[in-house]
Design a protein around this ligand. Structure first.
Ligand SMILES: [Zn+2]
Length: 210
C-alpha cells in the first residue's frame, strides 16, 4: 500500500535507519502511523557524539510514540568508534538478515539545487559517498546501495523544502520538527550552530531552524 504522501508501506517486518534528523523523524512518524507489526529502529552513535545524538533520537522517538499512540517498536542502539557511511551501510545490511526484515527504510533526501548550495557559507566535499548519493539522489541508486532491493529510500527525490511540506501536511512542524537536529557541529542536543552546511540546508527548507 501507498500513503497519501506517496510513501510505499511494504509488507513484512520493516526497519528504519534513524538518526533523529528531520528526514528520518518524519519517516518514523509515518511508519508508526501505518505499520501494525513491530518496527525496528537502528541508531548509530559515534563515540565522541553519542552524548548529543542519543538524547535526540530518544526524544524524537518518544514524541512519535506520543503522537501516533503506537509504541510497537524496538530501538536498536549501536555505539561505534567512528561513523562512516560504509560502516553504517555494512551494519544495516547485517541487521536486515539478523532481524528478517523485508525492507530497511532510509530517510536520505535530495540536496537543494546547485544554485542554492553555491550560496552556502560552508561547502562540503562532494566526493564523500554519502554526500555524492544525496547530490545525485534521483539518478544514482547504486553507489553502494547497489541492486540491494532490501533498502528503500522514499525521500530520495524530495529536497528539504519538500520534506518541510510533508511536515506541514502532517501537522508536525511545531511539535516534532523542533525536537529534531540536523547540525553536525554542536556541543549540546539543544543547539543548532546555524553556520554549517546542514544548518543552512535545514533553514533553506523550513525557513527556520527550530
Ligand atoms: Zn550546524
Amino acid at each position: 500500500m501507498k500513503t497519501s504522501h506517496g510513501i510505499e508501506i511494504h509488507p513484512g517486518q520493516l526497519g528504519l535507519s534513524f538518526s533523529g534528523g528531520a528526514d528520518s523523524a518524519v519517516l518514523l512518524y509515518i511508519l508508526l502511523s501505518t505499520v501494525t507489526d513491530t518496527l525496528h529502529l537502528y541508531s548509530f552513535y559515534a563515540e565522541k557524539k553519542a552524548h548529543i545524538a542519543e538524547p535526540i533520537t530518544d526524544r524524537v522517538l518518544k514524541k512519535c510514540i506520543e503522537l501516533t499512540s503506537n509504541s510497537n517498536v524496538v530501538h536498536h542502539k549501536e555505539y561505534i568508534k567512528e561513523q562512516t557511511p560504509m560502516l553504517v551501510h555494512t551494519l544495516l545490511q547485517s541487521y536486515i538478515k539478523r532481524d528478517s526484515l523485508s525492507k530497511m527504510y532510509n530517510g536520505i533526501s535530495k540536496f537543494p539545487p546547485d544554485t542554492v548550495i553555491d550560496q552556502f557559507k560552508e561547502q562540503i566535499k562532494f566526493d564523500d559517498p554519502y554526500v555524492y548519493q544525496r547530490r545525485k539522489a534521483s539518478a544514482v541508486y547504486d553507489l553502494y546501495f547497489g541492486e540491494n532491493l532490501s533498502f528503500y529510500r522514499p525521500l530520495a527525490n524530495m529536497d528539504k523544502k519538500d520534506v518541510a511540506d510533508l511536515y506541514r501536511q502532517l501537522d508536525l512542524e511545531s511539535n516534532l520538527f523542533p525536537l529534531t537536529r540536523s547540525c553536525e557541529t554542536v556541543s549540546s542536543p539543544d543547539q543548532h550552530c546555524g553556520q554549517c552546511f546542514w544548518c543552512e540546508e535545514r533553514h533553506w527548507g523550513f525557513g527556520h531552524l527550530e
